[in-house]
Design a protein around this ligand. Structure first.
Ligand code: CP
Ligand code: NVA
Length: 304
């Protein structure tokens, strides 16, 4: 039986209080790091990091974060694990639970992450699936609150593919009280269950009309048109998403002083122009830095 709040499988499992208290801890850990105050809160603990997909930010920030917390992290490529040769996830979960204090996993199917939590006995952290990217959204919320002070009356507009990022942004932003609009081509909407939940629980809109969706946005967000695993659709997607770009015309209708965020990696000239990315580089790279602080907070909350 999964106890969802003992893991970070998807943000819909966490309530607003759990999200906000983790963000508060992330702010504190960031402050301590900047002021040379060490915090070996997870001394003696080990995190296993299973990767079935590539990563720069997630891998490095978890590994460095664990080291700053006094613990250690093991990089476990699925190519080298027996899981890559067909050992069932339910066996892997029960074995790794006897060695490790937590697992971060990046994979394709959300079910695999949920199964690890179901069969294992240690906290499981979703480091990205095709369905969700909750760790990224914790860093995004941290960055928004740092720059804007609070979440009150803010609107985030996501432009592009209704993918894992769109799904998790909708849930995270609505939970903390923000309005969300999504501009995507027909047929590329976020998951239907998430959109239905968003309409019930907050202010939410989704339409192919990019300028209508971006009007008045305080935060403009985008992500790649072809996610990991969709490389074969790249050409088709370049056509489908033409026009779904964060550019000067979008920034003209967004609120004055609007932030731009991107989870990275970015494809300049596709989902975002080089000009907009560079104008907002301070925000985007602070967002990348905040992966470290937000994930340290997640690990402390779950693994302490
Ligand atoms: N944003 C993000 O998750 O980056 P990586 O794929 O480099 O981990
Ligand atoms: N949607 C992207 C996010 C990368 C961080 C992907 O899944 O590849």
């Amino acid at each position: 039986m999964i106890e969802p709040t003992k893991h970070l499988l998807k943000l819909s499992d966490w309530d607003a209080a759990q999200i906000i208290s983790t963000l508060n801890l992330a702010d504190q850990l960031k402050y301590e790091k900047k002021h040379g105050i060490s915090h070996p809160i997870l001394a003696g603990k080990t995190l296993g990091m299973i990767f079935q997909k590539s990563s720069t930010r997630t891998r490095v920030s978890f590994e460095v974060g664990m080291s700053q917390l006094g613990g250690s992290a093991l990089f476990l490529s699925s190519r080298d694990l027996q899981i890559g040769r067909g050992e069932p996830v339910e066996d892997t979960a029960r074995v790794l639970s006897r060695y490790l204090d937590g697992i971060m996993i990046r994979t394709f199917e959300q079910k695999e992450v949920e199964d690890l939590a179901d069969y294992g006995s240690i906290p499981i952290i979703n480091g990205l699936t095709d369905y969700a990217h909750p760790c990224q959204v914790m860093a995004d919320l941290m960055t928004i609150r740092e720059r804007k002070g609070n979440f009150k009356d803010l609107k985030l507009c996501f432009i592009g593919d209704g993918n894992n990022m769109a799904n998790s942004l909708i849930v995270g932003c609505i939970k903390v009280g923000m309005a969300v609009s999504i501009a995507c081509p027909a047929g590329y909407e976020p998951d239907a269950d998430i959109m239905a939940w968003a309409k019930e629980n907050g202010e939410f809109a989704c339409s192919p009309d990019v300028l209508a969706m971006a009007t008045g946005a305080d935060v403009v967000y985008t992500d790649v048109w072809a996610s990991m695993g969709q490389e074969g659709e790249a050409e088709l997607r370049i056509k489908a998403f033409s026009g779904f770009q964060v550019n000067a015309a979008v920034m003209d209708v967004a609120k004055r002083g609007a932030m731009v965020l991107h989870c990275l990696p970015a494809h300049r000239g596709e989902e975002i122009t080089a000009e907009v990315l560079e104008e907002h580089a301070d925000e985007i790279f602070e967002e990348a830095e905040n992966r470290l602080h937000a994930q340290k907070a997640v690990m402390v909350k779950l693994m302490k």
